[in-house]
Ligand binder design. Structure first.
Ligand SMILES: NC(=O)c1ccc[n+]([C@@H]2O[C@H](COP(=O)([O-])OP(=O)(O)OC[C@H]3O[C@@H](n4cnc5c(N)ncnc54)[C@H](O)[C@@H]3O)[C@@H](O)[C@H]2O)c1
Length: 286
């Protein structure tokens, strides 16, 4: 029997005219949610697909790169369906170039869509999400988590989303808002020319969307987490702090050189979940 655990929920997905956003829209609609598809490219074709499959969908042509465009998307969702429960910040662009050759325009355009876009959308959505609690899913990237040649702009924006997600999780807890991030790998317009066809074949975006719907679901308690996802693999990503080395005097370069291997050694590392956790590691109460 088909269950519809998201019946009555309103889910706003940015960048939903294709790729991962399209797959997320189908997945949420199949679970009974009203989906709002917002994109600078008209998402009408995806709206038609979702509706044809029996889902409830609304399309909005608006950009996340401005406060105004983002407010339009959120207002359209609330006007059409009366509430907002889930925000999926998914819209994205790439302007790849090595750091030495990247122009200010290439850097600013990428920050505007990925990082500022998440601020714009989340700011507009926040008052609605606080009404009954809600879920925010941001889209980071392996580039942001681990680095990638030629993607300094994109990597910085995507890494920014990790700090954004973790701090939102802390601030949202009292209002019942959970915030998590995914680092997907999927075949899309964005990756079609970046990855080998044999690899892309294994990376259907439909493998990613179940994680997003799970993160948004009532039973899920995850918050402040980051997940690596693709090709049927689902794995949490963590930032760890090694036990480190403590000196009782200000160390010299020679002493740090000698201690370097121990400073780098992750054996016994722990996962701080906030700045307060780091403070407790660095300067534990005397
Ligand atoms: N596909 C991957 O392997 C992969 C890997 C890591 C991260 N991501 C991230 O996943 C997200 C989805 O990417 P995708 O792979 O589906 O690519 P995609 O190019 O198919 O989709 C991105 C969508 O965002 C829209 N968009 C661009 N600028 C916008 C703006 N200013 N406002 C609103 N919409 C805008 C585009 O029109 C497009 O429909 C992106 O944030 C991307 O960075 C993808």
């Amino acid at each position: 029997m088909t269950t519809h655990p998201m019946t009555g929920r309103v889910v706003l997905i940015t960048g939903a005219a294709g790729g991962l956003g399209r797959a997320h829209a189908h997945a949420f609609a199949a679970l009974g949610a009203h989906v709002v598809l917002s994109d600078v490219t008209d998402p009408a074709a995806v709206v038609a697909e979702v509706t044809a499959a029996g889902g409830s969908a609304l399309g909005v042509v608006a950009g996340v790169d401005t406060w105004e465009g983002s407010a339009v998307s959120v207002a359209a969702a609330v006007e059409a369906f009366g509430r907002l429960d889930v925000l999926v910040n998914n819209a994205g662009i790439i302007r790849d170039k090595s750091f030495a050759k990247a122009t200010p325009e290439m850097i600013e355009a990428v920050l505007a869509v990925h990082l500022h876009g998440a601020f714009h959308m989340t700011k507009a959505a926040w008052p609605h999400l606080t009404e009954r609690g809600g879920s925010i899913i941001n889209t980071t990237s392996g580039s942001g988590l681990y680095g990638n040649f030629g993607q300094v702009n994109y990597a910085a924006a995507k890494a920014g989303l990790v700090g954004f997600t973790r701090s939102l999780a802390l601030e949202g807890a009292r209002a019942g808002i959970r915030a998590n991030a995914i680092a997907p790998l999927a075949k899309s317009a964005m990756t079609e020319t970046m990855m080998a066809p044999e690899l892309l074949e294994r990376l259907a975006p439909e493998w990613v969307s179940p994680l997003v719907t799970w993160l948004a679901s009532d039973g899920c308690t995850a918050t402040g987490n980051v997940y690596s996802v693709g090709a049927g693999r689902y794995a949490r990503v963590a930032t760890l702090e090694a036990p480190g080395v403590r000196f009782d005097h200000v160390p010299t370069i020679a002493e740090l050189t000698e201690a370097a291997a121990a400073i780098d050694d992750l054996a016994g590392a722990v996962e701080p979940r906030s700045l307060a956790d780091q403070i407790a590691l660095v300067a534990p109460p005397a």
